[in-house]
Each structure stands twice: as C-alpha cells, then as structure tokens.
Ligand binder design. Structure first.
Ligand code: TRP
Length: 365
C-alpha cells in the first residue's frame, strides 16, 4: 500500500504556536522521515468560506500568510505538493456524491462542528447555521479521499472529521461494491499538552477569535508582552507555587528542552527539577516568565527570520502553489473518474452504457 500524507489548514489567519505544536511539528517529522509516496498540504480556502462567505477578503488575504508560515517552519516545496482547495473542482464533485451517503443527524452529531456552532453563536443571529458549514466534514472527506491519503497529521480536534471520512469510505466501498476509497488515520502529537495548547489567557484553546494567540510571525517585543501578560496568582515568593492550570508551565512542557536550561537557567537541569523547586516555593512567577520568554524567543526567532526571507519573493510562492495545484488536480481528477466509473455514471466513457441503452430500445421496438 502507498503512503500518502495529506493535511490542510483554513486560511483565516496567520498560524500560531498552537498550530505549531498541535500539528506542524508532526508534519515536519513526517517530512524528515521521508517514508511517503506523496505528501500534499492544502490551503482549505473553500472550507474557510463555509463560515466566512461575507468575508472573502479575509480568506483571500490569508492564503499567502499561511503559505509563508508553512515555509517558515520548514515544510519543503521540494518534497511537498502545496495546493489551493477551491481551485480543485473534483473536490466539490466528490462532496456532492458523498453527501448522499451521510444522514442529516449524523452531520449534526459531529462534536467539533457542534462546539464550533456553539462558539459562533449562530443561534443568536438571525442567519442561522449555513448548510455548507454543517457539511464541511463531508467536503473534508473529499479532500482526503481524492488523494487516497491514509496519513493525516492534524490536531486532535480533527479526529471527528477523520471518523466521518472513514465512515464515508466504508459506505462508498460497500454501496458500490468495490474498494476504491482508502481509509485514513490521524497522526497526533506525542506530547499530551501539545494536543490542546491553551491560549495565553490559560482558559481555553488558543484561537484567533479569542485573541489569546502567540503567532509564529510575532516580533520579539510582542512575544515578550504576551508572555508577561499571562495570569499568575499573586503569592509570597516563599510560598509554594501551583502547577495545575499554570499556563506558564504548560507552555514550558510543550517547548522547553534541556539545552534551554543550560543556556538560560543553569540552576536546573530539566523541567522536572524546576517544577519540584517551584512547588516547594522560593521561585517567583517573574523568573518563570523570563525563562519562558527566553525559550519562546529561541523557538520562534529562526521561524520568523526564515519567513522574512520568503516574504522577499512572493511570485515564487504563488508559482509553487500554482504548479502544486495543477498536480493536485491531476490526482483528484483520476480519483473522481474512478468514483464515477464505480458508481456507473461515467456515461460517455462507458461502452456498456451505449450498448445497454441501444439494446433496451431494440427490445421494446
Ligand atoms: N478542518 C481542518 C482545520 O480546520 C482543515 C482541513 C480541511 C483539513 N481539509 C482537510 C485537515 C483535510 C486535514 C485533512 O484545521
């Protein structure tokens, strides 16, 4: 069996450190391991439009921002095919056929869609939930199956979409009696805190709409400010520090390595030692913030600098996306053809169809 890796992001904003630990790091790992036949990264603008139909400019303006973030973290256009979802018509056609294999209650049961609907407060607005939004997991199944992708590096909030995709794959293959589509599996971060990195407010998942993000492209001062604004419980420096729900320590767990200790906090060898000492008391939150800032600056500096280099040659980025999209269309069209053939609706390329119809009318006449 071939190994085909596929993943995508909605271009609704620049990527942040939650994306980085939640999925981008795994994507880089997979790239470096090199164990794949095809590796596709898609900018899911059509999916972004399912809840931004009145704000196309926002989506359009973020296509290249996301592409820059991809290249900045080290995804390599020599190994990866980058493409834009809306420019691959076969995906919409596949979506249309898959819609018939999914029931309405099943669509509305998707926990990620449910919580997004709640967060967007659609029920409070007159407009209600767009049909395209409720159905985006079906179009996501098209994204994945069009390339027969089996390996999907994503954040763990995407697991319900992959479950839905597997159901569609099984249903299609069963209904049309041929193993055409391929089942997929998520690749999630190894480190538990990376799955749902909280925002700088410590309360909820990092999310643009909640204004609690550190972006991969933030400058040094902005990062420092955001770290300094993290909530800390007022306490006497000698009092024990509390780790549970402590966003500074959550970030350290996600980002720190022993080298950082050598460089910036040589009193300790590793996070375990620092944690123990903090819990005992005697270490102020100001010191932890300073250390966290040193760590985050080390992580983000090379990403930001690489981004600046790529920003100097935007036409090349567009060219990469354009040629990648041509290639993606070729693969997706092949799958669409196979799907239509399997369903029996590839009329003009189907000699059986012509003979069948001729015979039918020969008999009746
Ligand atoms: N739903 C994904 C997100 O919000 C984006 C996405 C679209 C995707 N199509 C995909 C992810 C296919 C993986 C595979 O981040």
């Amino acid at each position: 069996m071939k190994n085909i890796i596929l993943t995508a992001d909605r271009p609704t904003g620049k990527l942040h450190i939650g994306h980085y630990v939640g999925s981008l790091m795994q994507r880089i790992n997979l790239q470096n391991k090199g164990n794949f036949d095809e590796y596709i990264v898609m900018i899911a603008d059509a999916q972004a439009l399912t809840d931004n139909s009145r704000n196309v400019v926002k989506v359009r303006d973020n296509v290249l921002e996301v592409m820059l973030d991809y290249l900045a973290v080290g995804l390599d256009p020599k190994k990866i095919t980058f493409c834009i979802q809306s420019q691959i018509p076969a995906l919409s056609e596949l979506t249309e056929y898959y819609m018939n294999l999914v029931t309405l209650p099943r669509v509305l049961r998707n926990p990620t869609v449910k919580s997004e609907i709640a967060q967007k407060e659609y029920d409070k607005e007159e407009v209600g939930v767009p049909v395209g939004f409720a159905c985006y997991p079906i179009s996501q199944a098209a994204d994945i199956t069009a390339f027969k992708a089996n390996i999907i590096p994503v954040g763990d909030d995407q697991e319900p979409m992959l479950e839905q995709t597997r159901e569609i794959v099984r249903s299609f293959n069963r209904t049309y009696n041929k193993d055409v589509l391929v089942e997929c599996k998520a690749v999630l971060p190894d480190n538990e805190v990376c799955c749902r990195l909280p925002g700088t407010d410590g309360n909820s998942k990092m999310s643009k709409s909640l204004n609690n993000c550190i972006y991969l492209s933030d400058d040094e001062e902005t990062i420092k400010k955001k770290i300094n604004s993290m909530s800390s419980f007022p306490r006497n420096i000698e009092d024990p520090g509390i780790i549970e729900g402590n966003v500074m320590f959550t970030y350290l767990k996600a980002f720190v390595n022993d080298e950082h200790f050598k460089k910036y906090y040589p009193e300790f060898n590793n996070l375990e030692e620092l944690t123990k000492s903090y819990q005992k008391g005697g270490i102020g939150d100001g010191r932890i913030k300073k250390f966290l800032n040193d760590v985050m600056q080390d992580v983000l500096r090379p990403i930001r600098e690489r981004r600046r280099e790529f920003e100097k040659d935007i036409p090349s980025l567009i060219e990469i996306l354009k040629s990648g999209t041509v290639k993606a269309n070729k693969i997706a069209n092949e799958t669409l053809n196979e799907v239509k053939e399997t369903m029996g609706i590839n009329y003009f390329n189907d000699p059986n169809f012509v003979n069948e119809q001729i015979n039918k009318y020969n008999k009746t006449n």
